[in-house]
Write a protein that binds this ligand. Structure first.
Ligand code: FAD
Length: 480
């Protein structure tokens, strides 16, 4: 039940950025909830997945539809407020919320509709991966999304989108057919290959720079209901062996298969005796689209590296694979994730990864290597805004920790690790879905596509209203 503004609260913290009268008038034009400090639902609504983020927006507009989004964007523009856009609220940078500004909160817009004949799905901008997979799997279909069901499709897609289907069907953004966008001027546009193709190009990897995407239409593919899932945990002594195996595997792996080896510590799984919980491990998560013996055989070598601590691999429902890691990323823990791409995984690099992992201040943290290639690399680099599609791997340092007192040490660990890797040849770029706090220059993400993104930004958001993201700055008059 939406909490409509508002019961005056004597304890309400003053909001300096929005005149009360203006807020009242605006709230009357909106169908969803308009929340300000002091409102009952405000405290919960300002929280995002990353517990490190503690921002206090002046107003949160929990939009019920496109008209609310148009109203919210117009209000932010008129009042000169910073504007944040919340899809699933799961980006580690926490840019779904802002201090003192307005949040366009899409968390109530989660509708999903599948067209089985056209093999497409349309999902609203607040939908999660789980929302979409649930509906598409009803028809034996899926569109490539990420590997944790609670994350939002919006941020994921706008910044690329890597999941189990990536090597067979490409990035999430590669499967975008069209998007409905509310621009900074408050126009509602459809972007597709045929309509506003420049905007459509930019939405495929250019982040949240160009407007509020109120719905995404994706191409679907026949997937499941079962696939061959791989999730095997080995003792950490096998770390080097697993990465060497990845190198050999990647050289000629079929596109139907994709794996993510990672270094971490044994989670509290029922399948593992408690005395082994917390032990250092190298694990491999992966998928082959064929649930039968042929699919399993492709993944088998990763299971045969020594005697596993636990092996949860086997034929499984695609939706089970998609939610297998959900429990490992609880809301409200502290997170700082940063990534870079790799051309190769030579022995020097593998040694460095193991060394950096051993230096991690938290046993919840992981070092992950995503196998890329396949359909991701099949598209030219300038076919969409997503630039780093020619790389072999994505390396992520995921710092995850409980005690806020440990924040500095954990953030420093991830940053120093990335810096150390980037000093080696063949380690380049960054990924907008694992962006740290956006410290890297935009060129790091967008490479040679940056100039074209600037042109699109200048056309659709000349005042840089949508700037709480990996920002692409519009040209100013002087720089035209
Ligand atoms: P939000 O935090 O809501 O938004 C992030 C930014 O995106 C916003 O600041 C805004 O700039 C923009 N934005 C959001 N919604 C809209 C919109 N509707 N219109 C315009 N701009 C918008 N990534 C992968 O590639 N593969 C994975 O398997 C994967 N697994 C993950 C698992 C976990 C547990 C988590 C937390 C993240 C994972 N990620 C993965 C990263 C994830 O894709 C990004 O964090 C992504 O940005 C989350 O999207 P969101 O909508 O939840 O983000």
């Amino acid at each position: 039940m939406p909490v409509k503004r508002r019961t005056p609260d004597p304890d309400r913290e003053p909001t300096t950025s929005v005149p009360a009268g203006a807020l009242e008038s605006f709230a009357a034009t909106v169908r969803g909830a308009v929340l300000a400090p002091g409102d009952e639902a405000y405290e919960e609504a300002r929280r995002v997945w990353n517990g490190m983020i503690d921002r206090r927006p002046a107003v949160i507009v929990r939009c019920s539809g496109v008209a609310d989004v148009v109203a919210a964007v117009g209000f932010a523009r008129e009042e000169g407020l910073s504007l944040a856009v919340r899809g699933g609220g799961h980006n580690v940078a926490g840019t779904a919320v802002c201090d003192d500004g307005l949040v366009v909160d899409l968390s109530a817009m989660t509708g999903v509709h599948v067209d089985p004949d056209a093999q497409t799905v349309r999902a609203e901008g607040g939908a999660t991966l789980g929302d979409v997979d649930r509906e598409t799997q009803l028809f034996g279909l899926a569109t490539p999304l990420g590997v944790v069901s609670k994350t939002g499709i919006a941020g994921l897609t706008l910044n690329g989108g890597l999941g189990h289907l990536r090597r067979q069907f490409g990035l999430s953004c590669d499967n975008l057919v069209s998007a409905e966008v509310v621009t900074a001027a408050g126009e509602v546009l459809t972007a597709s290959a045929a309509e506003h193709p420049d905007l459509f190009w930019a939405l495929q990897g250019g982040g949240g720079n160009f407007g509020v995407v109120t719905s995404f239409e994706f191409a679907c593919h026949e997937v499941g209901p079962e696939v061959s899932g791989l999730f095997v945990l080995h003792a950490a002594d096998h770390a080097t062996e697993v990465f060497q195996l990845l190198r050999e595997f990647a050289a000629d792996a079929p596109e139907e298969a994709a794996v993510i080896p990672f270094l971490g510590f044994v989670p509290e799984l029922e399948a593992v005796p408690p005395e082994q919980w917390g032990d250092p491990m190298v694990a491999v998560l992966g998928c082959h689209l064929d649930p039968g013996d042929a699919g399993a055989a492709v993944l088998e070598p990763f299971r045969e590296v020594g005697t596993p601590i636990a092996d949860l691999s086997g034929p499984m429902a695609y939706t089970d694979l998609q939610s297998m890691l959900d429990e490992d990323y609880p809301d409200g823990l502290n997170y700082y994730w940063k990534a870079t791409y790799l051309d190769d995984l030579d022995d020097e690099l593998v040694d460095l990864l193991v060394e950096r992992w051993r230096a991690s201040p938290s046993t919840l943290s992981t070092v992950d290597v995503w196998q890329l290639g396949g359909a991701i690399a099949d598209r030219p680099q300038d076919a969409s805004a997503f630039w780093h599609r020619d790389r072999s791997y994505l390396l992520t340092f995921e710092a995850n920790w409980e005690d806020p007192a440990d924040t500095d040490a954990n953030v420093a660990w991830a940053r120093e690790s990335i810096d150390a890797v980037r000093r080696l040849a063949g380690a380049v770029g960054g990924y907008g879905n694992f962006p740290g706090f956006h410290e890297d220059p935009s060129q790091t993400l967008f490479g040679d596509n940056l100039d074209r993104l600037v042109a699109v930004k200048t056309r659709y958001d000349p005042e840089n209203l949508f700037r709480l993201n990996q920002n692409v700055q519009p040209r100013t008059d002087a720089s035209h």
